[in-house]
Write a protein that binds this ligand. Structure first.
Ligand code: AMP
Ligand code: ZN
Length: 112
C-alpha cells in the first residue's frame, strides 16, 4: 500500500536490518528496540491490523515464523514474548500487521 512504511521495507524501498525471509513474510530489527532482541515479523503484502487478517492459515504461518525467528535469535529456550498491538488502544502505531518478538531479558506482567 502506498505510503505504508512496512510495505516499503518489504519492497526494499527503505532500509531495514532483515534477519529472516520466509514465504510471504519478513523479519527485521525494530529501530527502537525495547529489549536486547526486538524483531518485527510482517506479511509482505499489506494487512492493516490483526482485525483485517482474514486467512487463519496465513496467521498461523506468521506465528510459526515468529517462533523460528526467536529460535534463530537464541532466545527460545530462556523465553521470549510475541506481541501484536492492535489499533490505538492496543498501542498500534504502524498500521501494517506486525508481530513483535521480544527477548534477551525478563519480561514483566502486566504490560503497560
Ligand atoms: P506498534 O507500536 O506495535 O505499531 O509498533 C511499531 C514498531 O515499528 C515500533 O516498535 C517502532 O519502533 C517500529 N518501527 C517504526 N518504523 C520502523 C522502521 N523504519 N524500521 C524498523 N522498525 C520501525
Ligand atoms: Zn503495508
Amino acid at each position: 500500500m502506498s505510503g505504508c512504511i512496512f510495505c516499503k521495507i518489504a519492497a526494499g524501498e527503505i532500509p531495514a536490518t532483515v534477519v529472516k525471509r520466509g514465504d510471504g513474510m519478513l523479519a527485521f530489527k525494530d529501530l527502537n528496540a525495547q529489549a536486547p532482541t526486538h524483531l518485527l515479523v510482517i506479511p509482505t503484502t499489506h494487512v492493516g491490523t490483526l482485525n483485517d487478517a482474514k486467512d487463519p492459515g496465513a496467521l498461523g504461518k506468521l506465528l510459526a515464523f515468529a517462533r523460528d525467528v526467536a529460535q534463530d535469535a537464541g532466545v527460545a529456550t530462556k523465553g521470549y514474548r510475541v506481541v501484536v498491538n492492535t489499533n490505538p488502544d492496543g498501542g498500534q502505531t504502524v498500521f501494517h500487521l506486525h508481530l513483535h518478538v521480544l527477548g534477551g531479558r525478563v519480561m514483566h506482567w502486566p504490560p503497560g
